[in-house]
Structure formats: C-alpha cells, structure tokens
Design a protein around this ligand. Sequence first.
Ligand code: 2PG
Length: 228
Amino acid sequence: MQKLVLLRHGESLWNLENRFTGWTDVDLSQTGIEQARHAGKLLADNGFHFDLAFTSVLKRAIKTLHLALETMDQLYIPEEKSWHLNERFYGALQGLNKAETVQQYGEEQVHKWRRDPHEHPPVLEKTDPRFPGNDPRYKDLLPSELPVTENLSETMDRVLPYWTNKIIPALKQKKQVIIVAHGNSLRALIQYIDHLSDEEVTKLDIPTGTPWVYELNDDLSRIRHYYL
Ligand SMILES: O=C(O)[C@@H](CO)OP(=O)(O)O
C-alpha cells in the first residue's frame, strides 16, 4: 500500500494579516515556520520517508517543504517546483484585506469569490505591477497561461495536467511523494481525487501546516485519507 502526502504551507504573513494572497510571494509567519517544523516532526514520527517532493514557485510553500524535510533529516530528496501548483490567482483582490472587502462588497459576494468554484474574482489589469507577466519566474509561460483572474475550476484546469503528467508517473514508479502547495490548489486536487461535488468542495477548508495522507491501492485508487 502506497501513501501520498499533501501539505498546505504554514501560516503566511498575509494569512495572519487576513489579506487575499493568491500568487503574491509572501513569506511564512513565525507561527507558519513552527507549523512547518511540526508537520515534519509528525511525518517523521509516523515513519514517512519520501523519494520526491513537488511544490509551487511561491516561497511559503517552498520554505514549508524545506523546514519539514529538515526536521525529518530528508533535505536530500529531489524536488520539483511548478507554477501549476501555485495558489489560485486572486485577480485584483490580491493584497486586499478580507474583512474590509466584506465591508465594501458584502458577505455574500466575498464568500462567492472565495468559495464558489465558478465565480471569478475581479480581473487584474495587465498593466498592474501585480500582473505575473512582469515577474521573471513566469517568463516561460504562454500568454494564455498568465492569469488575470482565476476561479477554482480554472485552478483545477492547470493543476490536473501537472498531476497527470508529473505526479501520477512518480506514484506509478512507487515513489513516496509529498506535495506542498496551497489552500486552493490542494482543494482543486482533492476535489478531483475524491470526486467531490462543487457543493462539497465549497465546504472543504484545509488547515495550514497539517499533513493530509492518502493511502492508495496499487492502481492508485484511494483507500482512505486522514490528517496526521
Ligand atoms: O488568500 C488566499 O490566497 C487564500 C489562501 O490563504 O485565501 P482563501 O482561503 O480566501 O481562498
């Protein structure tokens, strides 16, 4: 029986400040650092030995991976970073305070932006300094791949090809894999793996820094999942 671990990054500075983050590359808070180390300890205590790690190109996920692996004394494993695992792109909401946005647009609209799989946050203009086309790490992306806004369904559309083309082949080779990513990129992945309806995924909130373990059959079908 094979295991796969999903881990949302530890608390970030903007989680702490209650700001929409998306592709903004904010660091971990002190609590986030501790959560990442604690996740590593839980994984080590439960006997996990990884062969390969996948993460995003955002430092809150990369650092969480490194802190967890350092705690496990497994910093040596290969890792692959991809924008496909980035947080959902939150458009023009990125940087805004969530409570202030509720005051301005109302609870219902903000809840839709945050959790309705088909609702688009307001578009970010390409002239805006926050547009990823201005960031060298995304220079190899096709113009059509550079988001100006993204709903959860579109996040799933870019997470799934990566899952199918990169992560599934590693699992088929019996590699022990850890994926460190973000609240919404992991929700998209879990919706797919667990066949969740849109309504079910709306209610799914993944805590920061808490390993989520899948036990998989030989054909990679899911036996069960649980938090460590
Ligand atoms: O701001 C974000 O990018 C995400 C994750 O922190 O927030 P939310 O939970 O509102 O989708």
